[in-house]
Design a protein around this ligand. Structure first.
Ligand code: BES
Ligand code: ZN
Ligand code: MN
Length: 504
């Protein structure tokens, strides 16, 4: 676990075993040079020898001594000030990720970190602290609860003392509080994703949602499988039909308490394991499909965070949760199902299951809440992952203002989005000759991510709506120091930022 403390800007006032200074490229701060040289005399010589200039992703880690104890000095690069604001901030996050990796390698228990100057990022001290604290917590996350060899576990407990001028401490302490809430929410979503599907079943995930709602006094509506069937949610019931696990439908409501506050719905795909069903997936990497509830995890975890952070908007988190398995009772290619809004779909491929459960969730959201906007988030298509890779999620929408708000939240939060074309020309891809629509796109249209989006659009009416396809970004993202192999919690940072800034 990583914990945080505040202190003045003189890092040598701290009795730490790791001292850290952030360095803009070609502008290593004077006070860091001075302080570090007092603990390691040939500092300037080493900087030259190792060619350390503060480039993005670079670091200089030095073993030194203080009061006869082994200490580590770390210079970590922030990259060029010519980069965009979003990229400078992302470089700072990754630098913070490297700091936590060094904490782990050196088994440090007390790190004194001189906070970088917030002016360099053109944001205030609160925002910068919030981002760095959330990132440090994310970097400290390891899914190692099933590793019984204590020496093989990577988690390192460390208290990080953030050093900055006392005059900024008020702002910074709020930043620490917000950053910890965000970091916890992201890591909780990652934990649910990383847990194997025999442990994180639909009923268990729904219980987590119910517990969170109860603790924070949020209204929760939870339907079991019998109720789901009775209500006519044929998509959710159909996907769950082959599984020994019961499905769940969960809606959690956060009320802002402000009059005339807009009502926003977040819906997340919650497939706790996606075998593909009768249209079964190949064995290779099927294990990764335990992560197919990453959208639901992001939504539920966001609900907990906003119960603390209290944005001025009403938020409903809706998650249809099921396991997609083949069996004698499973839905079959060729079956026709009827959704909550009365529409029908031909199921040509049981592996296109996410859109089936989301169709019921979107229909329910529109009917019961008449929301001002709906954001949908799902590990929906391999096609989106192939198009954009692991660094950007696909964004599809019928509403430019909503896209702009999410784009801003994306740039501030680090959960990056890229808008895909969403023209009506693609609409005919999901036509069926035997039902209202078909659950896979016609091959002539290709563009599997977009045609999946057009399937979903049938269920939102004219509600302003954004669909986020996080198939590429939710799992195994390489080269970002604050992640590790496994889940990323993509969406949590984005949603929290989006909701906190919605009324701007
Ligand atoms: N959960 C998968 C999408 C996915 C693939 C997520 C890879 C993460 C990594 C989804 O349910 C799926 O199987 N989609 C199919 C749709 C196809 C059958 C139209 C796909 O993308 O292949
Ligand atoms: Zn799936
Ligand atoms: Mn599937």
């Amino acid at each position: 676990m990583i914990t945080f403390k505040l202190a003045d800007q003189h890092i040598l006032n701290q009795e730490a075993d790791l001292y850290v200074g952030f360095c803009p490229q070609n502008a290593i701060p004077e006070n860091i040079i001075r302080d570090f040289t007092s603990l390691y005399a040939p500092l300037n010589d080493l900087i030259k020898k190792r060619n350390f200039a503060g480039a993005a992703g670079s670091q200089l880690v030095i073993s030194a001594a203080r009061n006869n104890k082994a200490v580590t000095l770390m210079l970590v690069g922030l990259g060029s000030e010519k980069k965009s604001q979003a990229d400078r901030l992302e470089n700072a996050r990754r630098a913070m990720g490297l700091v936590v990796r060094t904490v782990e390698h050196t088994k440090s228990t007390h790190a004194a970190v001189l906070l970088p100057d917030h002016h360099w990022f053109a944001i205030n001290e609160f925002e910068l602290t919030k981002e760095l604290v959330a990132t440090a917590m994310m970097a400290g996350y390891h899914f190692d609860q099933f590793i019984t060899d204590a020496a093989a576990k990577l988690t390192q407990n460390c208290e990080i003392t953030l050093c900055a001028p006392a005059i900024l401490h008020n702002q910074i302490s709020v930043g620490v509080e917000f950053g910890q809430r965000i970091g916890h929410a992201v890591n909780q979503a990652r934990q649910w994703c990383d847990l194997p599907a025999d442990i994180l079943t639909p009923t268990i995930l729904a219980e987590h949602a119910a517990r969170i709602a109860k603790v924070h006094d949020l209204k929760a509506t939870i339907f079991d499988e019998a109720t789901v069937k009775k209500m006519g949610m044929g998509g959710l019931a159909g996907v769950s039909a082959g599984s020994a696990q019961e499905c769940r439908f969960v809606a959690i409501e956060y009320k802002s308490g402000h009059q005339d506050a807009p009502t926003l719905v977040l819906t997340g795909k919650g497939v706790t394991f996606d075998s593909g069903g009768i249209s079964i997936k190949p064995a290779n990497r099927m294990d990764e499909m335990k992560d197919d509830m990453a959208g639901a995890a992001a939504v539920i975890s966001t609900m907990e965070a906003i119960a603390h952070l209290k944005p001025r908007v009403n938020v409903i988190g809706i998650t249809p949760i099921a396991e997609n398995m083949p069996s004698g009772t499973a839905i079959k290619p060729g079956d026709i199902i009827t959704f909550y809004n009365g529409m029908t779909a031909e199921v040509k491929n049981t592996d296109a299951e996410g859109r089936l459960i989301l169709a019921d969730a979107l229909s329910y959201a529109v009917k019961h809440y008449k929301p001002d906007a709906i954001i949908n988030v799902a590990t929906l298509t391999g096609s989106c992952a192939a198009a954009l890779g692991p660094f950007f999620a696909g964004m599809m929408s019928n509403h430019d203002d909503l896209v702009e708000k999410l784009t801003k939240a994306s740039k501030r939060s680090g959960d990056r989005l890229w808008r895909l074309p969403f023209h009506d020309d693609y609409k005919k891809a999901v036509r069926s000759s035997v039902a209202d629509i078909c659950n896979i796109g016609n091959e002539t249209y290709k563009a599997g991510a977009i045609t999946a989006g057009f399937f979903l659009q049938n269920f939102v009416g004219d509600t302003p709506w954004v669909h986020l396809d996080i198939a590429g970004t939710s799992f195994n993202v390489p080269d970002m120091s604050y992640y590790r192999p496994g889940a990323t919690g993509f969406g949590v940072r984005l949603f929290i930022d989006f909701l906190m800034h919605f009324e701007e």
